[in-house]
Design a protein around this ligand. Structure first.
Ligand code: WTA
Length: 675
């Protein structure tokens, strides 16, 4: 077995844990893979049977077929559907009409530490709100099918309400994480061609008010397409409203009837629902397109398989809706299966490190979906904040976003779940739309292994391959690929918004002739066929689970007048998993002062967004380069993480060794000086 570590911990490949309470679902690994093999051999029929569980407005004519561009697949073409209808109307016309759909808590706390604001919506009430907003968007702003909108919103109920209203009207939207800068927001507005922006005046974070509307104004001044801005009053801020362009939501809603009926647009199954921008190796962010029908099929299926969602459950996912996890598993997934979903405005450690546990106790949460970073952060406070609360309602826990190290898994399993709950690490990515590799306690539950992702889900043909695209032997690190198309994958018309060539190149050309979807991740498969995803194989960072391209941070740095060149690499961090470490070459005549270090850190933050300040920044006289001038990241990464460089002889092919050795020593000196 090759040595693989997560956050510095070696993996216990051999350990297995089985929960006898789940005997009705427990299956042997052999049995699971028999079922899995069958699902792959009959993959079309497998997904058709899942799609039949949804309510179609008109039936599809084919299960799947190639789209107009290479590697773009149309799922359920000919069928008409609307995800807003599936999430709302279907339940309102049935037994879930008066069931709670959404529970929201604001961040501000009272003297006793309890929430000052809670909002709860039954399915009926949520549909009414969505219809009122859809009415206002249509009648007041003229939004209609095929239009584009961008959201820059905090975690308040209006965010899911807006997503469902836009989906209902057939308006294609992009939600932008509220920690991104104005420039980053403008980039996304421009790429999508958004004509309407939805935002709030501000929101609460760690007891402070964070302004949003100002950032939107900055972004809109850089965008030519924007005609209207809708602002939710959340923080009572006195914001500037541009006459004719900006509208308070409450003013727009004044003209709406109390309970209008807005029929969901019967859109084609493979027409775009949303575009979500995510970072890649080079260039700007990629706008990943997700459709209505395929995406809904994958989410509906995984909510049952992975989360075992039942009508009695209360479900809490701690993600932010600005990222894909929130789209899929706070909003659309849970509502598709008629669950009660919780959203919380603030952070887990404010005002005390028991906010999550208090929420679980207050609402009797039974299913909890969280992150390794959040878990590691709260572990630092010990077991007492958890033990203060009655968490006996919990029955299932999963994590997402980055590899989970065995001790964080143990803590979730022993302390939070009291050795009673399945604990999983669900692997997926923005591009896949939903979970691909995970235990499936809802259907066929195999023994758990601390730190593993588990076997691929039924209908997902995942494999770990070498550079030639051939499966590697168990225990050997390779590249994670998905060999067959699946519903939820990037959708028509172009996979990446406006750039079908990039879509084909980034995801399908690494293994020529194979048609494999390349994930960009390293993984190891063990002798049982379980997959352990070990991190990115490309120049993408996972900082506290947030996906950030090193290229984007380098662009931000070199846009500063003092910077000639910059390289950003991942450094290890015991809580966040990875943090950005920057190496900067200054322009002639600029002094490498501590003030400049601070200024450049702040600069990166203002250019990119609050999530991406370099944790360390070193001034160096040169960066190690190959003969063709490419920055040698392997070498820089080795210095940044303090790991040995390994075999330097191969460097000879790439560069003049003396040059590289000099640059290497220079980097090391810079790092040691600061340490
Ligand atoms: C990583 C987040 C290990 C992986 C849903 C992937 C994981 C990237 C896991 C996608 C996991 C996500 N174990 N690694 N359970 N989940 N990843 O697009 O590197 O923000 O490629 O989607 O996160 O990040 P994204």
């Amino acid at each position: 077995m090759e040595e693989v570590t997560f956050v510095g911990e070696a993996l216990p490949f051999g350990e297995r844990i089985t929960l006898s309470d789940w005997n009705h679902r427990n299956v042997s690994v052999r049995k699971y893979f028999e079922l899995h093999k069958d699902s792959i051999e009959n993959i079309q029929e497998f997904w058709a049977s899942k799609a039949r569980e949804l309510e179609w407005l008109s039936p599809w004519t084919k299960i799947s077929e190639p789209g107009a561009h290479p590697h773009v697949t149309r799922w359920f073409p000919g069928g008409r559907i609307n995800i807003s209808h599936l999430c709302l109307d279907r339940h309102v016309s049935g037994k879930r009409r008066n069931k709670l759909s959404l529970i929201w808590e604001g961040e501000p706390r009272d003297e006793k530490g309890g929430p000052m604001e809670v909002r709860k919506y039954t399915y009926y009430e949520l549909l009414t709100e969505v219809n009122r907003v859809a009415y206002a968007f249509r009648n007041e702003l003229g939004l209609k099918r095929g239009d584009k909108a961008a959201l820059y919103m905090p975690m308040i109920p209006e965010l899911p309400i807006f997503l469902l209203a836009l989906a209902r009207l057939g308006v294609v939207f992009t939600a932008v994480f509220s920690g991104f800068s104005a420039e980053n927001l403008a980039l996304r507005i421009k790429d999508l061609g958004a004509r309407t922006i939805l935002t709030a005046d501000g929101f609460y974070r760690r007891g402070k008010v964070i302004k949003l509307k100002e950032t939107v104004d900055g972004a809109v001044s850089l965008s030519a397409t924007v005609e209207s801005v809708v602002v939710v009053k959340r923080a009572g801020l006195d914001v500037h409203m541009t006459e004719g362009r900006d509208h308070w939501l409450h003013d727009l809603l004044e003209g709406a009837p109390s309970s209008p009926e807005i029929q969901p647009e019967p859109v084609e199954s493979d027409s775009p629902l949303y575009v979500l921008y995510t970072s890649g190796t080079t260039g700007g962010p990629k706008g990943i397109i997700h459709d209505h029908g395929g995406y809904a099929t994958l989410l509906h299926t995984t909510m049952k398989e992975v989360f075992d969602m039942k009508d009695e459950d209360v479900y809490y996912c701690t993600a932010d809706i600005g990222w894909v996890t929130g789209h899929s598993y706070i909003v659309f997934g849970p509502l598709l299966v008629g669950a009660t979903t919780i959203m919380y405005e603030g952070t887990p450690d404010y005002p005390a490190p028991d906010t999550w546990w208090a929420i679980i106790e207050r609402y009797g949460v039974s299913i909890f979906y969280t992150t390794p970073t959040g878990t590691r952060m709260l572990m630092k406070f010990g077991d007492d904040p958890v033990k203060k609360h009655d968490l006996s309602t919990l029955r299932l826990i999963h994590s997402v976003g980055e590899p989970i190290n065995p001790s964080a898994w143990r803590w979730l399993y022993d302390v939070v779940g009291q050795k009673r709950c399945p604990v999983g690490s669900t692997w997926w990515m923005t591009e896949t739309g939903g979970i691909m590799i995970s235990y499936a306690p809802g259907t066929h539950f195999v023994p758990m292994k601390p730190g593993a992702n588990g076997p691929p889900l039924p209908g997902i043909d995942a494999e770990v391959v070498n550079e030639a695209g051939e499966p590697v032997s168990p225990g050997t690190k390779g590249f994670l690929v998905i060999k067959k198309p699946f519903p939820g994958m990037p959708s028509p018309p172009t996979g990446i918004w406006g750039d079908p060539e990039r879509y084909a190149k980034v995801y399908f050309e690494k293994f020529p002739g194979k048609n494999y979807f390349y994930t960009g991740d390293y993984a190891v498969k063990d002798t049982d066929g379980y997959i352990w995803v070990a991190g990115r194989a490309d120049e993408v960072l996972k900082v506290a689970g947030h996906r950030i391209g090193t290229y984007e941070l380098e662009s931000a740095l070199v846009s500063h007048e003092s910077v000639a060149e910059a390289a950003v690499v991942a450094g290890p961090d015991a809580v966040k998993g990875e943090v950005p470490i920057a190496f900067v070459v200054l322009k002639q005549g600029r002094d490498p002062t501590p003030e400049l270090t601070l200024e450049l850190k702040k600069w990166t933050k203002s250019k990119f967004g609050s999530i991406a300040e370099p944790s360390q920044l070193f001034f160096v006289s040169r960066l190690p380069k190959t003969r063709s001038g490419k920055i040698m990241r392997r070498l820089i990464k080795a210095v940044a993480s303090g790991s040995p460089l390994g075999d330097v002889t191969t460097l000879e092919d790439e560069a003049a060794v003396d040059e590289v050795q000099n640059a290497y020593q220079d980097l090391k000196r810079a790092v040691e000086r600061i340490d």
